[in-house]
Design a protein around this ligand. Structure first.
Ligand SMILES: NC(=O)c1ccc[n+]([C@@H]2O[C@H](COP(=O)([O-])OP(=O)(O)OC[C@H]3O[C@@H](n4cnc5c(N)ncnc54)[C@H](OP(=O)(O)O)[C@@H]3O)[C@@H](O)[C@H]2O)c1
Length: 319
């Protein structure tokens, strides 16, 4: 394995929210790879323009059912590297995807769907509700995967999404530029490590360039580390207006979080993740950007992130 270099890559979930950035970045990175996307019949029918555009850039497409052993076994034929970007609803399916990878003749490397919060950051991490399925995947890898190498790309929160104060979860942080409103936790001085969504794609492409350095690791990669107050200052600078700031103590966030879980509302996950980020769950003595050879000048800055958010945000990205 010391000389392994990926040459035939299969992407699962590659048209999803973050999968689009990963697939597009790999296609643009000139990695001399054969890239195949595995997608469901529904997605293939719904996203024909996107898929035709990528096909013209050399992408091959396999349509199948991610839960079918026969479909996945056939898709793995000749593949050496699998990148999963499946959504939360399919995280558990990855246990079978990994089992089939281990049993295949060709798969050497598997990147499970992570691209988010560090699920093994501290002693509280094992009990965080949104981490449970990803933790199960890591446990299965530890116990059952012997031959295939595994790498987790841990990016922290997407700045593009974090900046938006979501209805019903505003108190947990974010901005509403139309109303010149900002929400911060505590005094807004707690640092958070972010990745922009395009940088997530860039880091995954960079990981493919550094297999040996990445095998067996959870790579912690980041575009920039800033405080919410720094983000606020950037919004105020770029808009030329002052924002009305609402500060919410962490204990109040914890109370709202507990109530959301008790009520079984979908915003519960957002409260938990934003609480974890505000508690320092994205901070490290040193990140792993240099492990995959990504230099600061190649990454988005806070100013880039705010500029993009003000220009329509990630929903106006094209691939
Ligand atoms: N750091 C952050 O701020 C942040 C934010 C959002 C997500 N994430 C992480 O990013 C990863 C991908 O999430 P995402 O939101 O990008 O995914 P998504 O858009 O919800 O789904 C991605 C793809 O997964 C495939 N899929 C197959 N079965 C599925 C099922 N039962 N439920 C959901 N998806 C299914 C679908 O692809 P096909 O139809 O092509 O098969 C779908 O397009 C996750 O690990 C998530 O935790 C992180």
């Amino acid at each position: 394995m010391t000389s392994f270099k990926p040459s035939n890559v299969l992407i699962l979930g590659g048209t999803g929210t973050i999968g689009k950035y990963i697939t597009a970045s790999i296609l643009r990175a000139n990695l001399s790879l054969n890239v195949t996307l595995f997608t469901s019949p529904n997605t293939a029918a719904a996203k024909t323009d996107l898929l035709n555009n990528w096909k013209s850039q050399g992408l091959s497409i396999i349509i199948g059912d991610i839960t079918s052993d026969a479909d996945i076994t056939a898709a793995y034929r000749g593949i050496d590297t699998v990148i999963s970007a499946v959504g939360r609803g399919a995280l558990q399916v990855q246990i079978n995807l990994l089992r089939l990878a281990e049993a295949s003749d060709s798969v050497q490397w598997f990147l499970p769907s992570e691209y988010g919060t560090d699920i093994e950051h501290n002693e509280k991490s094992p009990n965080e509700k949104p981490h449970q399925l990803k933790l199960k995947v890591r446990k299965f890898v530890r116990e059952e995967i012997k031959r295939v190498k595994v790498t987790y790309v841990v990016t922290g929160p997407y700045f593009d999404m974090w900046v938006n104060a979501h209805p019903g979860v505003e108190r947990a942080g974010g901005f509403i530029p139309e109303k010149k409103e900002a929400y911060v936790i505590e005094d807004g001085e707690g640092k958070i490590g972010f990745c922009t969504m395009w940088d997530v794609g860039k880091f995954v492409a960079a990981t493919l360039r550094h297999p040996q350095e990445s095998f067996g690791k959870a790579l912690k990669v980041q575009s920039f580390v800033v405080t919410p107050n720094k983000v606020l200052a950037e919004y105020e600078k770029q808009t030329g207006s002052q924002f009305k700031v609402t500060k919410t103590p962490l204990d109040e966030i914890r109370r709202l979080e507990a109530k959301a879980w008790e009520d079984g509302v979908p915003t519960a996950t957002a409260f938990t993740l934003r609480r974890i980020w505000a508690e320092g769950g994205t901070l490290y003595d040193k990140n792993d950007n240099d492990v995959v050879g990504v230099k600061p000048k190649e990454l988005d800055t806070l100013a880039d992130g705010v500029r993009k958010a003000l220009a329509g945000g990630y929903k106006s990205d094209t691939f």
